[in-house]
Every structure is written in C-alpha cells, then in structure tokens.
Design a binder for this molecule. Structure first.
Ligand code: SF4
Ligand code: SF4
Length: 260
C-alpha cells in the first residue's frame, strides 16, 4: 500500500528484546507528535497496526538475533532500508540473553519452559551488526529518549548524530557529582561505560553497572585492578561484566580474564 506521502518513511522493528527501547520512542510524548508530522510512520507494530510496505528511509531495529528466522528477517529488513540504526543493548551487543553464549542454551530452555521441545532457538544471541551492515548504533538498556530523537533528527537532516563516545565519568564531572568510587569506595563501572544516561546512578550515590556498554577504547583491566583494591572478589569481577552487554568484546574479554 502506498500513502503517496513525500515524508521519509520510518520503520521500527523488533527482534529478541523486551520492547523497552521501543517504549522509549513512545515515551517521547510531546516530541512524538512533531516526529509523527516529520516522518511517515510506516511500520511500528508497538504503536500502530498499519503496515505500509517498504522500502523505508530509516529503520530502527531493537533486539538481537536468536533464531534462524531472525537471521532471514534482518536480511530482508536491511534490503528494505536505506538507513538502518540499531537501538539498545540487545541490538548492539546481544543483550542479557547473550548470557547463553557462555553456557548451554538447552540447559536454560529445559529450566524455563514446561515443553522445551517446542523451542526452536540458536545457541547464541548476537548483535544485528554480526549479520548485516549497520549505519549507526545507539547504546543503552534502554536507550535514552533524547539521544534517540537526536539520531532520528540527524538522519532526517542528513547529518551525523551528536552522541559523544566518552565515559560516564565525564558525565559525573559535567554534573558536578562527587565520585562514589573515590569518596565512598563504591564499585562503579563508570570509567569504562559509554555515556548517554547523564551519570544517572552516581547522581543518586550508586555505582554504575554498565548498562550503556563499553565506551570507546575502555581500559577495563585498569578498572578491574582498582575494583580488586576496593575488595571485589574474582568471582564478582567476572559477574560485574556479565550483564546487559556481556557479549560486547571489551566486557566479554574482561569477564573471561576473571573466569572462576
Ligand atoms: S562515580 Fe563512577 S562514573 Fe562517576 S566519576 Fe566516579 S567512577 Fe566515574
Ligand atoms: S548503570 Fe551506568 S550507564 Fe546505566 S543508567 Fe546507571 S550510570 Fe548510566
């Protein structure tokens, strides 16, 4: 079906995920009306049942690849999309479901499902970029809605999105936060974690647990040495990198270095 509209066509796709990043888009509220005026929301099942056939000017992709069907579907989405942006930890690194990559997925399905024989899944959860070329990756678990609007606006204006690659520590400095690690000895992954949240956890006196994934060129071994000095055990060090971005290489490698 064609709308006859000259507005750029936006599509939002879901793969293996919790829908939290798509909800961040719906959470834009006031800006969503302006966005809906600027683009033709052609495919977004979380928000509308209307399905306008591709091609699409901008596809936002949430979720990781966990089934053989996903592999086929993401290739088709890529074929149909001029620009493809992945949103959130699942899509950019494989998500919490990538913990299966370090274990036996059959052991998990037998515990979680009453009839595991009906479950057809891959042994791994992998990011979208492992399967098709990706034009831009937006991090976070979930993504930050202002950053999402910046990415969509930038692509509509044919410019590069302004999403800095620095660490959460830089945000602490910008906010004027007292460092929870230096002042209170609280374990914090801020030095190796990608900015985007505005140092949300340290602002409330909590350590960062790395939900935005690794920053550009993180020095995880140096942070691990500091965490050991603060009393963290090898096992805890292993686990601290094994959360939402466990499959992202810098966190994956650091977890492996401290494998029990
Ligand atoms: S509180 Fe954490 S994120 Fe903030 S400056 Fe200290 S180590 Fe960095
Ligand atoms: S865990 Fe870290 S990256 Fe995630 S919201 Fe808290 S401070 Fe931000």
């Amino acid at each position: 079906m064609s709308t006859g509209s000259v507005r750029p066509r936006l599509a939002v796709w879901k793969f293996s995920s919790c829908d939290g990043c798509q909800l961040s888009l719906l959470d834009c509220e006031d800006e969503l009306l302006a966005l809906a005026g600027a683009v033709d929301i052609a495919y977004f099942l979380e928000a509308t049942r209307a399905e306008v056939a591709g091609p699409y000017d901008l596809s936002l992709v949430e979720g990781s690849i966990t089934t053989a069907h996903d592999v086929e579907r993401i290739r088709e989405v890529r074929r149909q999309s001029k620009v493809l942006v992945t949103i959130g930890a699942c899509a950019t690194s494989g998500g919490i479901q990538a913990l299966r990559n370090f274990s036996d997925v059959k052991a998990f399905t037998s515990i979680v499902y009453a009839r595991p024989e009906y479950i057809s899944t891959l042994a791994t959860s992998t990011p979208i970029s492992a399967h098709v070329p990706v034009d831009f990756e937006l991090r976070g678990c979930p993504i930050q809605k202002r950053q999402l609007l910046e990415v969509v606006t930038a692509f509509l204006a044919h410019r590069k999105p302004v999403t800095p690659p620095h660490s959460v520590c830089m945000d602490c400095k910008i906010q004027g936060n007292v460092c929870v690690m230096v002042a209170h000895g609280t374990h914090c992954l801020g030095p190796v974690t990608h900015t985007g949240c505005g140092a949300l956890c340290p602002t409330y006196d909590r350590g960062c647990y790395g939900c935005f994934g690794p920053k550009e060129t993180p020095n995880a071994p140096a942070l691990s040495a500091q965490l050991v000095q603060l009393g963290m055990s090898e096992r805890s060090l292993h686990l601290v990198y094994r959360t939402f971005n466990a499959n992202d290489p810098p966190f994956r490698e650091e977890a492996e270095r401290h494998a029990p």
